[in-house]
Design a protein around this ligand. Structure first.
Ligand SMILES: C[S@@+](CC[C@H](N)C(=O)[O-])C[C@H]1O[C@@H](n2cnc3c(N)ncnc32)[C@H](O)[C@@H]1O
Length: 225
């Protein structure tokens, strides 16, 4: 694999071409509604990366295809999603997937952790546990790249809430029992308390969901970008 400046998300989507139509549709919608291309440049181009709550592995694969110097491991609590992610990653050497609960799984130290749209499935106590665990797991100078849904603007939040209600409670395509959307202020405070230096940036321009990115560094003085 040669390094590319901008990895086309289309190439990542094509990894799913032999998988069932519903899987292709799900990932197509996901790529169209989540600003992966704005998030990916925040991820360092090399090192050991854990993608926690990776789902079908779309972002893990995108990071892997974007830079062969990244060694990515995706973790998800859904066995079925991990099976799909493994099939999609058959020809991509620098990514692997594991079935695990990120709350209980012991993980080795790493350089970068990404968590995209997972924390809304967890109450504040669990989020606190997870971000503290991430801070402990990261090597010095490591980064946590967190993307989530803000609670503002209100109309975007309500839309995201209804969509996730459908996904979690009715269609059951996402594992979880309750929804706990955390505001930018709440999450920022939790991350700082865990010891991170936090840079928050809205990512929702042109998107109907209120995406927000937290680039969190274990350094005390910079965003680490
Ligand atoms: C909305 S999906 C996001 C998937 C992926 N990060 C993305 O951006 O496309 C949330 C994922 O978090 C996973 N998840 C929820 N709780 C988890 C836990 N305790 N451990 C591992 N994965 C979890 C779900 O199974 C689901 O695949």
């Amino acid at each position: 694999m040669t390094e590319k400046t901008v990895a086309p998300l289309r190439e990542t989507l094509s990894c799913y071409k032999n998988l069932p139509r519903m899987v292709r549709f799900h990932n197509y919608v996901r790529h169209a509604t989540c600003p992966f291309e704005r998030i990916e440049p925040w991820v360092p181009r090399g090192g050991t990366i854990y993608d926690l709550g990776c789902g079908h592995g779309l972002f893990s694969l995108y990071m892997a295809i974007s830079s062969p110097r990244r060694r990515i491991t995706g973790f998800d609590i859904s066995e079925e999603k991990i099976r799909i992610a493994r099939e999609a990653a058959r020809d991509i050497p620098n990514v692997s997937f594991h079935h695990a609960d990120i709350l209980t799984q012991d993980l080795d130290p790493c350089d970068v952790i990404t968590i995209l749209d997972v924390l809304y499935l967890m109450p504040p106590g669990r989020v606190k546990e997870i971000v503290s665990k991430c801070h402990r797991m990261l090597r010095p100078g490591g980064m946590l790249i967190l993307s989530t849904t803000d609670t503002h603007p209100r109309w975007k939040y309500l839309l995201a809430y209804c969509q996730e209600l459908l996904a979690v409670k009715i269609l059951r395509i996402t594992e979880g029992r309750e929804l706990f959307f955390h505001s930018r202020k709440e999450l920022g405070a939790l991350l700082q308390t865990a010891g991170f230096t936090v840079h928050a940036e809205r990512m929702d321009r042109g998107y109907v969901h209120p995406h927000i990115l937290f680039a969190c560094s274990t350094r005390q003085d910079a965003t680490g970008k």
